[in-house]
Design a protein around this ligand. Sequence first.
Ligand code: GLC
Length: 444
Amino acid sequence: MLSTKKGLLSVLLILLALFIAACSGDSGSENGASGDDEGNNAAENEGASEENEEEVTIVYATGVDTTGATQRQIEVFEEEHPHINVEYREMPADTGQQHDQYVTMFSSQSDEVDVFNGDVIWSAEFAQANYAMELDRFIEADGIDLEAHFNGPIQAGNYDGKQWSLPVYVNASFLYYRTDITDTPPETWDELIEQSEQLQGEGGTEFGYLMQGSQYEGLVTNFVEIIASYGGNVIDENNNVVVNSPETIKGIEKLAEIVQSDFVPGNILNFKEIETENAWIAGDSVFARNWTYMQSSSNDEERSDVAGNVEIAPIPAGDEGTASALGGWMAMINRYSEHPEESWELVKFLSSAEGQKIGAVEGARAPTVESIYDDPEVQEAGPLFSNPSFIEGLRTAVPRPVSPIYPEISEIIQIEVSRVFTDEQTAEEAAENMQSKIEEAMME
Ligand code: GLC
């Protein structure tokens, strides 16, 4: 049995070698933007004979992007790869809705999308479900240097020892504050509550604080960071569920106190990022929690009533310090794509220094390639990009649980936390329920 297997393996290896030899005249990779200096096959053949290659159209799907960054990335990519056309497919803004559409597509083995931006929380699930294409062989062939990136997003794309996605940009959350109202933003949750009560109404505001209270993925990020700031966690490094703890309970209680206060909008339970951003740039609030990219709209004279009056501070601290959830988007290839090579070229470009710089300059999207922060054009595009505490915030952001059943875990958290906001249960009960339900889901 073993020797038959060995025999088969050698035949396969020979076939593979013949196949590689046959292809090696025209499989050149374009830009090698991530430190390709290993002199491997792909590199040697760089740009060999692109004009002879057949034109291919691939479809690239991402959530709504109002900044124009995606469009620009595609234009530059197409200029550099004349034989690859990229068709852009816009998906919903809400990460949960996007997720469900991809699951519908990929579970029926559809090839209608080739490359897509996946949320940092999807890689494990999409790998396990066989929706995503493993990227290691491409990464090795093109000598991509993963160490040039922040570690958090690279880890988020790694599951079962393999890389399933590469970062397009990273998100961390910050406390946005109005400099025309205060110079001393709160450093702790208790100070946030106190200052929101005091300052609400000043400078034409209606509210003290805005966050994401709706029952969806964004609530999980607010939850993960507040419990982490008190020392709580959902799943530990040994894969044990540890959510039922005094630290988590404290975090939930603080979050509920904020959500139920008079200094947030009455409909805070409908607030996602977009509602936060709209109310913020209309000048409605003194403080707001949102991702990195809100620096762009905040200071956009055309859209924002508060341009020039906005700064960021770290998310307020609990007993254990400040914590921001790790967010962001990763380029992935549909396993059923008929154009893996061309798809890889796009993934490589989007995650490269060149592609990420376009995202930063055009869309205030935070790069994961650390060296980009030294680029003067990037620094000019977003003042935060040269702020060391901003970069530190990105580097130390707290990941959500990495699990192939992440959507189930997330839904449990969303439901249990929401039921505290509506006084249907206490924070203790929420923590107990999360513990037993997540344990149960992980055993199935
Ligand atoms: C942002 C983050 C993403 C997160 C989502 C929650 O898009 O980048 O990681 O899941 O917000 O709403």
